[in-house]
Structures are given as C-alpha cells and as structure tokens.
Design a protein around this ligand. Structure first.
Ligand code: 5AD
Ligand code: SF4
Length: 488
C-alpha cells in the first residue's frame, strides 16, 4: 500500500527547491503526495525564519494538528528547514507532538529519520552546528542537498531551479539567513554543469541558478584559478536544450563588470537582475550593515544599464527598520522614484532574535507607521511599474508559456483558456491559448497593461510586419511573483 505524504512549504525559492528534492526522495521510498493532512502518514512543514509572520503560520498549523495526533498517533509530523535549525527548543515546547526536527543541511537524512520514528517512536533531531564553532566544522555540518532530480516533482518539466551555492557570510544586521543556512559555500562548476545537462535532457528549457548572494559565487579550482558566476554562465550556456538562464538573488557590492559583460554577451542569459537595495538612506544602510551607500547603489544601477542595454532590474526594501525616521524613509522613496525598477518586494521590518539588529537596536518604528510606509512605497513602485508596462503596448514579445493563469478555471473547459508566461526580462504576460502550449516559446503582441501584467494575443503564422522587440526595456515594472525572493 502506498504511504501518503503531506508537505507544506513557506518561504523562498531555496525552500521550494528543497521541498522538490525531499518529495523526490520520499517518492522513491513509496510515498505519494496528498493535499490533505487528514489522510497523510507523514506531515512535513518546510519552514522560513526570515520574518515572524512565516513562523507564526507554522505554529498555527502545528497547533491545529495537536488533536489529530492524539487520535492518529502513528502519523509522523516533521518540521524542516530554517525554523528547525533556529528554534528546536521552542518547537519542542510549543509543539511537543512533533516527531522530527530537521535542519536545511540534513534533508538528505529525512528518509532515515522517518524510519527511526517508526521504529522507536522517539523524537528525531538532525541539525547543523551553530556558527560559534570553527568555520570548517560548521561548513561540513551544512551539507548542500542536491540529489538526483525527479522531473515529475516540479510544477512543470521545462523550468527548474539549480542551487549553485548555499549559505551567506554577509551578516546584514536584520537577517537570520547566515545563522540558519550557514557559511557561504559554492558548488563545483562541473557538478552544476552536470545537473543542468541532466535537466536539459529531461526537457528543461529554463533554469534559474539559486544563491542567497548568487553573484558572490566563486569556486577555487586550484592552481590560482577561480570560477566566478560569469565563468559558470559561460560554462553552462551552450547546454543543448537550455533556452533561458536566470540567476537570483544578487548582492549590490558584488555586481562586477565581468558578470555584466556575460549578461550582455551570452544570448541565453536573460537580461534580468534582482538586486535588493533594502533602503535608500545611508544611515539606515549603515545600521543594516549593507556595506554600500545609496550613491554606490545608484552607480551600480547605472553601470548595469550601461553595460546591459535593456536589462530589467527589480529590488527588495525593508521599511520601518530600527531608527528609520520620516526623512530616512523619504530617501528610500526618492530611490524608488528614480530607479525605474521593474518591480520591488516591500517588507515591514520584523526583528529576528539571533541577529545583530535585534541585539543592538530597538524595534522603534510603530506598526502603523511601518504599515503606512509599506503602502506609500508600494504606491510609488506600482506607478513606476505601470509606466514600464505601458511601454510594451503595441510591441511583440517572446514568452515562455508557463500554463493556465489563476483565472483559467473560471473559463469554459473546452477551447482556449487564459495562459500565463514570462518574457526574457521576467515580465508576466497573459493571453488566450490552448493549455497544450505550456512549455513553448512563442511570440505575442501586447495590447494592454496594468502595473502587474501585460495582456497580449498570440501571433499567428500569417501575421507579419509588426515591429519585433525582445521586450527588454530600461525601466521599472510590476509587483507580482509567485514566490518571495531569496534574501540578498
Ligand atoms: N524583516 C523584514 N524583512 C526582511 N528581509 C530579510 N530579513 C528581514 C527582516 N528581518 C527581507 C529583505 C530580503 C527579503 C527576502 O526579505 O528585503 O531581501
Ligand atoms: Fe546574506 Fe542577503 Fe541576509 Fe544580507 S540579506 S545576510 S546578503 S542573505
């Protein structure tokens, strides 16, 4: 009899990838996914600690399962990922019915941990060392989890994430990632190239390289040679079958010219950069320990646009960080007005115990002020995104069709439905078409736009004479994305 697995994922693309790999490995043990906790033999939560809200969600879900576990004592409940790494004591106290606490660096052990619970009934804990130990030991305790991929585990076969590094050494004062994901470690370029090759053989057309600070990638090849992200992009660029290569998330200080030149010169590398600014105020940036000024960030933007004509750039901002005054927030508004970001993700500061920010500074911006600043900044970004989107009206763009849009279920089941896809600059476009077009690269004519979406029509083979653009343009755009970005 097949065993049933329920898995809920919170957080960034790194977690989405980890969950895909976990499901793949448990499928090989005979588990099938279920959408309901009620009929699951194993219930797993892959967690996020970047903001308090993400943690609260998991504790509520665990609370709802307390009764279920009393009635079904054989059901195994596991907490995986960042919260597990950070808060084993708290999880044991607040949710004593949890059977497994497994950190990001131990996911490969999960099948064995489940078997141990089945055998012994005892709580199983597998975590990495904390960062007070020697670097080498800590590094070894955070193992990158990159097993054989199972294409059926992805939402679609033609897009995939590929991890190129784990961890982070930047220690921005608000951020918990360096503690929960460990020291920065890059994977060997040949190992990455082999994974890309395998994905391509399985029909993957678009890969997104993942790293918390992806442009800090560097692998020491020995004999004084280092592979940087630009070298890695060149190495995987000609993999047959791969049409698009993206990478997220970039750290502003590490946006080197060799990388921008790779972006300009390698046609399959998409002209899209996610480079979080976090704030436009130098004092706040200093307290955040971002290691750059607003002037440096502006220069970096100018350099990106000069070197990579048509590049689309998106950003992240935190509002209400400790000590952020009205004038500091105004500097952030100025930056968003000027920067012409394609879109920005905006977050209210959430103090994280275990970070320098929490230790050193008071959370002194009231919640209603954080909310107001969040809304104000979003309004500025949305206006800029709309302006950017409207430039596409009347142009022809190339999109990779991802599948039916969220609205498609409302339509008749026969005939065309609303499909969604992305341009090479990561703009989202919707249009009517046959769901079987999913996975195809095609041309559409853009007829309308909002701050979030381009609306288009499929170009039929008879249609000629419309001016072709590759939809790169130099401006800002909307605020939509399925997952939250990685930190960076
Ligand atoms: N509070 C609010 N937002 C945060 N981020 C990271 N840490 C925090 C925090 N403590 C945001 C940053 C990052 C994004 C993924 O999450 O903007 O780029
Ligand atoms: Fe590292 Fe990004 Fe977190 Fe800074 S915000 S510590 S760069 S993961």
């Amino acid at each position: 009899m097949t065993k049933k697995l329920y898995l809920e994922t919170v957080g960034c693309q790194m977690n989405v990838l980890d969950s895909e790999l976990v499901v793949g490995s448990l499928r090989r043990q005979g588990y099938e996914l279920t959408q309901e906790t009620t009929d699951a033999d194993v219930i797993l939560f892959n967690t996020c600690s970047v903001r308090q809200h993400a943690e609260d969600k998991i504790y509520s879900a665990l609370g709802r399962l307390r009764h279920h576990k009393v009635k079904h004592s054989g059901t195994i409940i596991g907490v995986l990922g960042c919260m597990a790494q950070k808060d084993q004591e708290q999880i044991r106290r607040r949710a004593p019915h949890v059977d497994i606490i497994c950190g990001t660096g131990q996911l490969a052990q999960l099948p064995a941990l489940i078997q141990s619970v089945q055998r012994t009934g005892a709580l199983q804990i597998a975590l990495s060392l904390d960062r007070t130990q020697s670097r080498h030991e800590v590094e070894r305790s955070f193992e990158s989890y990159d097993p054989m991929r199972d294409p059926s585990m992805r939402p679609n076969r033609f897009q995939a994430y590929v991890r190129i590094m784990i961890g982070c050494d930047k220690f921005c004062t608000y951020c918990i990632v360096p503690s929960v994901r460990g020291p920065e470690q890059s994977r060997h370029p040949e190992q990455i190239a082999a994974e890309v090759q395998q994905l391509a053989c399985e029909g993957c057309k678009e890969i997104t390289l993942l790293g918390q600070t992806v442009n800090s990638y560097h692998y020491d090849l020995g004999a004084g040679r280092t592979a940087r992200l630009s070298d890695l992009l060149a190495r995987i660029h000609d993999t047959p079958g791969i049409e698009r290569i993206k990478f997220i998330t970039n750290y502003p200080k590490d946006m080197t010219d060799d990388l921008l030149e790779a972006l300009r010169d390698l046609p399959r590398v998409c002209p899209y950069l996610h480079v979080p600014a976090q704030s436009g105020c130098n004092e706040v940036l200093k307290r955040m320990k971002r290691m750059y000024t607003a002037e440096f960030y502006r220069d970096m933007l100018a350099r990106c646009r000069e070197r990579v004509p048509g590049v689309a750039i998106s950003s992240d901002f935190i509002v209400g960080f400790s000590g952020e005054k009205d004038v500091s927030f105004e500097r952030t508004c100025d930056l968003v007005r000027e920067a012409r970001f394609k879109n920005s993700f905006i977050f209210k500061y959430s103090p994280r115990p275990g970070t320098k920010g929490h230790e050193l500074y008071a959370d002194d911006v009231p919640e209603e002020v954080k909310k107001r600043r969040n809304n104000d900044l979003l309004a500025i970004q949305n206006a800029a995104s709309l302006q950017d989107h409207r430039r596409f009206i009347g142009t022809r763009v190339e999109i990779l069709v991802e599948g039916p849009s969220k609205n498609a279920w409302k339509q008749e089941s026969t005939g065309p439905v609303q499909l969604t896809g992305r341009t090479r600059t990561d703009h989202i476009a919707v249009f009517d078409g046959n769901p079987r077009l999913a996975g195809q690269t095609m041309q559409i004519d853009i007829e309308d736009a909002t701050s979030f979406t381009l609306y288009g029509r499929v170009v039929t083979s008879e249609q000629v004479g419309v001016e072709e653009t590759d939809c790169c343009d130099e401006s800002v755009r909307p605020n939509q994305r399925i997952e939250l970005p990685l930190v960076g």
